[in-house]
Design a protein around this ligand. Structure first.
Ligand SMILES: Nc1nc2c(ncn2[C@@H]2O[C@H](COP(=O)(O)OP(=O)(O)OP(=O)(O)O)[C@@H](O)[C@H]2O)c(=O)[nH]1
Length: 856
């Protein structure tokens, strides 16, 4: 019948394979409410619903009887709803995985390269379950507000001051409130947020953000668990004796929960389908403090259903009774096992001062999808009822209200008017949908049947016709209530289960988008700043490098030039002065009796003249060095004026040549006076006469032949003049005279011989020690040594500057690479967050069946 419109086999339902698998899974893993059938890997399904309304195919009624047609139509609509729910659930499941991956990526990046925490105003602020304009800082629990999903889709606008390296990483706590999930709480003690921000290190903010991300990851995991949970819980609460248990029994078409005119339900009773408990009907009584695990019998006590009355009245031992019952009614009639969702019905103790708090806490639990409030038509709303509805309406927005014991009311229209007026005040939203949400019934009038075991095999138990066409006892009204409740549960389940995930995802993605946008901007600014700085630093570094090389060469060249000139000058001067010694008489000749002092004084005068010249050379070198130092100092000032790289030094040139002194000054050249210094036998021209005389005399006396030609020639000439005989006669007197003349000559020549001989000796001695070169080397070397210091200072200044510039350049280059990576990452994060935000925002959790068929 319906296959021409939709393939029913593909839909989840009790008869298909998915349901069987789920049951197997549940029996193995659940803790009472069922478990997941949704996984990340669940393949995409075609989207059937994209708007708030979805036209349904009409099933031709002519082919079926009206009753069958209604049932089929209803079942079909449930399945469509379920399909839509599953699509949204799968989409949210995938989005949770995506967002978790995004968050993990951000966590890694943040640990390596702390993310900037912005001061921003987010236009696309946190999505809240009740009011977009009133954004609480904390995520609210499950909401049933139909208007909650209207969302601002604008991108968050970052209106921060342009970030710079100096800008605080956390601008202000006030602005950080714009973050929702990733908001860093700075309320620590008495310290003001501003002070705290100042005191926070990059790493501190990074680790705070890291903590927030970890929390978000944990919360996303629990949200995933929640959306994968297929069960739905309906909490039935109300005043004492309002008929809550009777109402639950009527829904179950079974006398299960204890009913009494006296308050008798003192323990929360949760009724579940027995198929969850392997089809066994029994009570699992959970003692106070225990955490229920159906698989672990140590966490509860097992009782038969017949013990319920006693157990429900034993609040001192048990806090919760899990009641597993088998409902054999067909899915379209059964509430617990309706073929779409596992519903658990919770009968709460009547509201009084003792239980109020507990029930309120219970109602606030996230897994409570629907709150059904039972009010006695006779008593209307008591104070505690009003307080409860007021609070619950705030949380759940819509409350399903059952006005029970309506049979006891005579003026029914007045009663309903008065009660609706009260509902309008307590929960305007519920009132606005009062046709669907406020029901006037008499629960005790609903016919029930015996439990399956007590019935003779009619397991299909057809309850469908009971009360049909007979509203005398209000059965039709109750059936209408049932349909509305079932529809409400299914509808609200989508909201209560999926909306928190959607809301949270939107808030996380909104935060991520804002964070990414801010960091993208920061990175962009960083890239620009670094580009500008590198554009300045790189040429500056190259100029310094060029200057450094040029000046280093120049300084070395100048020093070498100066050293060479000093060397040459010293060499020239010394050679000149040394060449000069011996050519003049340095001291007055004091006479033959003071020839030693004459010689010593002459030697000292000679040495002094040389030394004097050395001093002059040193003075010359000093002046030259001072000039060279000034040049270097000027170069230093020229390049490093006012910087810390170069400090001007004062040059004290008087300290030059004080350590390594001249050889003469050190006494290395002593030139001791010797006897030979007085006689110069090598002066031939002056003693030639004496020599000839001696020769002749010697030759004549010895008759020597074969004499050398000179002697022979003198002998011949002397013999020819005075004759040989006379020669022999005069030889002795001649010799005496000659000696005398020689002695006179030698003595008279001492004043000349001494300087000459001493000069010669000194020169020889000086030559032996390589005096001129070593002195020139010493003096010029001292210049080099002295100038080496300012030259080194200059070079070191350049090196420091170069090092600093190179460090800056390297740092900036490294920062640039980080900033570029960061820019790329945050641009990607921004796009991912934005796209995912949009995709999730487009999920319409409330798409309901076309108007008119929304409530079946
Ligand atoms: N006339 C009439 N009596 C009802 C109706 N529903 C319940 N009662 C009676 O009201 C009394 C209280 O019903 P319960 O279901 O025990 O009320 P309750 O709210 O569960 O009570 P506690 O949970 O113990 O506070 C019982 O005697 C019921 O028979 C109704 O619709 N009409």
């Amino acid at each position: 019948m319906s296959s021409s419109y939709f393939d029913i086999d593909d839909l989840p339902g009790p008869s298909n394979r998915r349901s069987t698998n789920r049951e197997v899974y549940i029996s193995a893993h659940d803790s009472g409410y069922g478990a997941s059938v949704c996984s990340e890997e669940e393949p995409d399904r075609p989207t059937l619903v994209s708007n708030n309304t979805m036209p349904l195919p009409l099933i031709p009624g002519s082919m079926l009887s009206s009753a069958i047609e209604d049932t089929a139509q209803r079942q079909f609509q449930y399945q469509i709803q379920q399909l839509h729910y599953n699509e949204n659930r799968a989409a949210l499941g995938r989005s949770i995985t995506t967002v978790m991956n995004i968050l993990k990526g951000l966590q890694t990046v943040n640990r390596e390269w702390p993310a900037q925490y912005p001061a921003f105003t987010s236009v696309n602020g946190p999505v809240n379950s009740s009011d977009m304009s009133d954004r609480p800082s904390q995520l609210r629990r499950a909401a049933t507000d139909l208007s909650l999903q209207s969302s601002n889709q604008d991108k968050p606008t970052v209106v921060s001051s342009s970030p710079s390296s100096e800008s605080p990483r956390l601008m202000s706590s006030q602005l950080s409130h714009e973050f929702n999930v990733l908001k860093i709480d700075l309320k620590l003690g008495a310290t003001s947020p501003a002070e705290l921000v100042r005191s926070l290190e990059k790493s501190a903010i990074s680790s705070l953000l890291d903590g927030k991300i970890s929390q978000a990851l944990k919360h996303l995991l629990s949200l995933r668990e929640r959306i994968e949970d297929t069960s739905s819980k309906v909490l039935v609460t109300g005043d004492l004796n309002a008929g809550k248990s009777t109402f639950c029994n009527a829904l179950l078409r079974r006398d299960l929960l204890p009913e009494d005119q006296q308050p008798c339900t003192n323990v929360f009773c949760e009724v579940l389908d027995a198929h969850i408990n392997n089809g066994v009907e029994e009570v699992h009584a959970i003692p106070h403090g225990a955490t229920y695990n159906r698989q672990d019998e140590r966490t509860y006590d097992i009782f038969p259903l017949s013990e319920l009355d006693r157990l429900a009245a034993s609040p001192e031992i048990y806090m919760l009774l899990k009641i597993y019952i088998e409902d054999k009614r067909p899915p379209e009639q059964s509430l617990l096992r309706n073929g779409v969702v596992d519903i658990a019905l919770i009968d709460a103790p009547g509201l009084n001062m003792d239980s109020m708090q507990t029930t309120a806490v219970f109602a606030r639990q996230e897994e409570i999808d629907v709150v059904v409030f039972v009010v006695s038509a006779e008593n209307h709303f008591t104070l505690s009822a009003k307080e409860f509805i007021w609070n619950a309406a705030h949380e759940k927005a819509f409350i399903f209200i059952v006005v029970n014991r309506f049979d006891n009311i005579r003026d029914k229209s007045r009663c309903s008017r008065l009660i609706l007026e009260q509902v309008a005040k307590l929960s305007p939203r519920t009132y606005s949908h009062s046709d669907d949400l406020v029901h006037f019934v008499s629960s005790n009038k609903v016919p029930k049947r015996d439990p399956p075991d007590d019935h003779d095999g009619d397991d299909n138990g057809d309850y469908g016709d009971e009360g049909a066409n007979n509203n005398d006892d209000g059965v039709v009204d109750f059936e209408n209530l049932e349909r509305c409740l079932r529809n409400f549960v299914l509808e609200k389940r989508a909201i209560s289960k999926l909306a928190p995930a959607k809301t949270y995802l939107l808030n996380v993605l909104g935060d991520l988008e804002a964070l990414a946008s801010y960091n993208e901007q920061v990175s962009q600014n960083e890239v620009q700043r670094l580009t500008a700085e590198l554009a300045h630093i790189t040429p500056a570094y190259e100029v310094t490098l060029r200057n450094s090389l040029k000046i280093s060469e120049e300084v070395d060249g100048n020093i070498e030039k100066l050293v060479t000139s000093v060397y040459d000058h010293t060499r020239y001067k010394l050679e000149h002065v040394i060449a000069e010694i011996g050519t003049k008489r340095y001291v007055e000749y004091p006479g033959i009796f003071s020839i030693y002092s004459y010689a010593a004084d002459t030697r000292d005068a000679m040495l002094h003249s040389i030394q004097q010249s050395v001093v002059e050379c040193e003075e010359f070198a000093r002046k030259k060095t001072t000039g060279g130092f000034t040049v270097l100092k000027n170069l230093g000032s020229q390049h490093f004026q006012g910087t810390a790289y170069y400090t001007e030094k004062i040059f004290n040139n008087s300290l030059m040549f004080s350590r390594r002194r001249d050889l003469l000054a050190r006494g290395s050249v002593s030139a001791p006076i010797e006897f030979s210094d007085y006689i110069d036998l090598h002066q031939r021209e002056k003693i030639s006469g004496l020599g000839m005389t001696i020769t002749l005399a010697t030759a004549a006396s010895t008759g020597a032949v074969g004499l050398p030609s000179t002697v022979a020639r003198g002998l011949v000439s002397a013999t020819s003049i005075i004759g040989l005989r006379n020669l022999r006669k005069w030889i002795v007197p001649a010799l005496g005279l000659a000696f005398l003349c020689g002695a006179v000559y030698i003595i008279s020549d001492i004043p000349n011989v001494v300087p000459r001989k001493l000069a010669k000796k000194l020169k020889q001695e000086l030559e032996n020690v390589d005096y001129v070169h070593s002195n020139s080397e010493r003096i010029s070397g001292e210049c080099r040594t002295v100038l080496k210091y300012p030259a080194e200072d200059l070079r070191s200044a350049f090196q420091q500057l170069l090092d600093e510039q190179a460090t800056q350049k390297n740092e900036r280059t490294k920062q640039m690479s980080h900033a570029e990576e960061s820019l790329k990452y945050f641009s990607g994060l921004y796009n991912d967050s934005k796209n995912n935000w949009q995709m999730i925002s487009d999920l319409d959790l409330e798409a309901v069946i076309a108007e008119g068929t929304a409530v079946v």
